[in-house]
Design a protein. Structure first.
Length: 174
């Protein structure tokens, strides 16, 4: 079993204590952040490379995001459809979209046939499912165009405590 914790900082925009919420999530993960990217599809590209290199297939993705990221089925991966590509690439992988206030459903965006294949493996809600496995990989997307500067500064401070010194990305709080 291999699990990904995938966090988009835009998730924390509407939460009353965003920094504390991020810290609780990263403490639960029990491991340093593996990668930090600005755009979510960049995280997906790095997941693919990692799993191709090591011949490992993820079984679980905890997708912590304001958006489900299955807004189209275009062949080119982008920030709005990368979770569609992950579910298509790894047909046994379960995805839980951790979301406080879902704005829509992937069923609105995907073809009926595609949604029928995905919906048994896709859940959503404001709480992590019981017995969800701790992650083997933690990715964070900063989404600077979707996160308020004040919230971003608070979250980047928290994030800096969960990144290793040898990571290429440096947390900056302004």
């Amino acid at each position: 079993m291999y699990s990904i914790l995938d966090i988009d900082l835009d998730y924390f925009n509407q939460l009353p204590e965003p920094g504390m919420s991020l810290e609780l999530l990263l403490n639960w993960a029990g491991r340093p952040v593996s990668m930090v990217v600005e755009r979510h599809n960049y995280a997906f590209a790095r997941w693919r490379t990692k799993w191709r290199t090591h011949d490992i297939v993820p079984t679980h993705i905890l997708h912590v995001d304001e958006h489900h990221d299955m807004m189209d089925q275009r062949p080119q991966t982008n920030i709005a459809n990368f979770m569609f590509h992950a579910m298509r690439m790894w047909p046994q992988c379960r995805v839980h979209w951790l979301v406080q206030y879902p704005i829509d459903s992937p069923a609105m965006w995907l073809e009926d046939e595609t949604w029928d294949l995905f919906r048994r493996r896709f859940t959503h809600g404001p709480h992590r499912p019981a017995q969800w496995p701790k992650p083997d990989l933690v990715s964070v997307c900063t989404s600077p165009e979707f996160v308020s500067p004040v919230v971003a500064q608070e979250l980047l401070k928290v994030l800096s405590r969960f990144t290793t010194k040898n990571q290429r990305w440096r947390c900056s709080t302004g």
